[in-house]
Design a protein around this ligand. Sequence first.
Ligand code: OAD
Length: 250
Amino acid sequence: MSEGAGVRFPTELVAALRAARRVAVLTGAGVSAESGISTFRDAQTGLWARYSPEELATPEAFRRNPGLVWEWYAWRRGLVTAAQPNPGHLALAQLEGLVPQLTLITQNVDGLHRRAGSRNLIELHGDITRVRCSAEGTVYTAWEEGSEAPPRCPACGAHLRPDVVWFGEQLPAEALERAWMAARACELFLSVGTSGLVEPAASLPRVAYAAGARVAVINLEVAPSSEGRYDALQGRSGELLPALVAAAFA
Ligand code: OAD
């Protein structure tokens, strides 16, 4: 075992990270939990407690009640904007400068990896801090919030919508292709803070493992599904990621 910041890791994992030329990382909501952003499997809080993401994050919900869906995202955008990247986000941004090539694939839409400094970033499910025209697809990072919710596209007048993937929608093809390529090409794949329930992201660790990569899972609850093939690191990503980077590069 190798030690970093008081945490002990399998020596082979630390050596693999130190030696890797290409590292791929998949993150889920668990990486942002320590920034105060509830995960999908947590109960919704406050006035939105009566809704589940599956009810609101869908094209049907937006067609049925665009104002409600827009307000839900405005509420979430407020939470996200007030949140700060935590040591787990910062460790991944630091790691990008320590290995020859790190590709960070995230299911999160909170923009915290980008704010932490990660650059080679694939946002599989989009980014809640951006909106796009529901008719033309034009993406906007700033928009006028008038009296009408959702606001309308300044170019064509259609409703603006969050620039995120909703249940039942296709993931951005270019982002998904880049993610498959990174999983197949890496020597080490880290899966951090994801329940691994939603495809196609959930298949990325398996694709990496099948292509010969070492796979490590960091999660509060490590699922037995790894059947000993993966390094299973149980704990908080905000503690384990900085410790793993320290063990390999301190
Ligand atoms: P989930 O809420 O499904 O899972 C969060 C995972 O993080 C769980 O396995 C927790 O055990 C783990 N976890 C919680 N706190 C943690 C911490 N501090 N450190 C490490 N692990 C922690 O979130 P996702 O797996 O990201 O899709 O969900 C995947 C997708 O399902 C989301 O992107 C979203 C949702 O439906 C869309 O909206 C399309």
